[in-house]
Design a protein around this ligand. Sequence first.
Ligand SMILES: Cc1cc2nc3c(=O)[nH]c(=O)nc-3n(C[C@H](O)[C@H](O)[C@H](O)COP(=O)(O)OP(=O)(O)OC[C@H]3O[C@@H](n4cnc5c(N)ncnc54)[C@H](O)[C@@H]3O)c2cc1C
Length: 296
Amino acid sequence: MRAFEVVTARDPAHALALLADFGPSAQVLAGGTDLLVDLKLAPEVPRVIVDISRVEELKRIALADQGLSIGALATHSQIIRSPLVRDLAPALIAAARTIGAVQTRNLATLGGNLVSAVPSLDSGPVLFALEALVTMIGPGGRRQLPIADFFVAPRKTVLKAGELLAEIVVPRASLRKPTDFQKFGLRKGQALALVSVGASTWIDRGRNAFVAPRIALGAVAPTIVRALDAEAYLEGRAATPEAMAEAGRIAASEARPITDFRASERYRRDLVGVLTRRALTNACAQAHGALREAPR
Ligand SMILES: Cc1cc2nc3c(=O)[nH]c(=O)nc-3n(C[C@H](O)[C@H](O)[C@H](O)COP(=O)(O)OP(=O)(O)OC[C@H]3O[C@@H](n4cnc5c(N)ncnc54)[C@H](O)[C@@H]3O)c2cc1C
């Protein structure tokens, strides 16, 4: 690998100033667990790496006016240990636990996971199901978008040159919303998702009916996608096993999986149906305060 210079940012303003100084060829380093792998394989390496991993302001997890604010530099281990996340959005912990091994999770950040923008990124489905917001900072100031608008294509987001992902917000309306994450890989640990599903729903207890069900699919389209037809099917409908199985079938028909060396398109589509049903079952069980469906 060709040598490159590393400059370390002290705070968000310093990071933005360094990015402005060194121009679009400078690259940002957070935990480095994706970036260093990419650099080893890349034909060209950037001249300068801007290391933001010591910017404390971007590591905070706090309850803010908008909701649960998670700094883009919060590591997956930090999320797993956070009492606030456990109380307000515990499905994020379930997703974080499936990412790599503990050594990876100690370095790897939530922001890096999102900016890497691979279709199988594990923190995505739960954040989509909770309708999270992402906050970016840059030369033009601060802007915020729904997470669904952050992704453009595999490995491509709306982040502009010189911008940083600063924060991920789970809005107040989604706090403590019953939510489940399901991931299927070729082995239990350290496996990328063949398919992953995040599902959230409120339940109208009087009618045992779905209210605001949200289903997000990972690794079966160029970006994480919501299964909008399945959500529309469930809205207001009685939360029965049959309805959840049908929602799984609809979600499977909405997915756009590929065939590759790890699994066929057909196998992935079947998995979407099964994992969607399981995620909905578990989210409903949470809503009723019952036990979760045991993984099979
Ligand atoms: C052994 C191993 C196992 C893994 N297993 C999984 C897994 O099971 N599931 C999974 O989803 N991922 C997995 N990954 C991928 C990786 O660990 C995650 O995507 C991780 O969260 C990336 O975070 P990072 O801080 O290391 O990002 P980095 O490598 O530092 O950065 C990744 C990209 O994002 C950019 N970037 C980072 N932070 C910001 C920011 N705040 N603003 C703007 N740009 C930014 C960087 O420039 C780079 O392009 C694994 C990786 C390894 C090495």
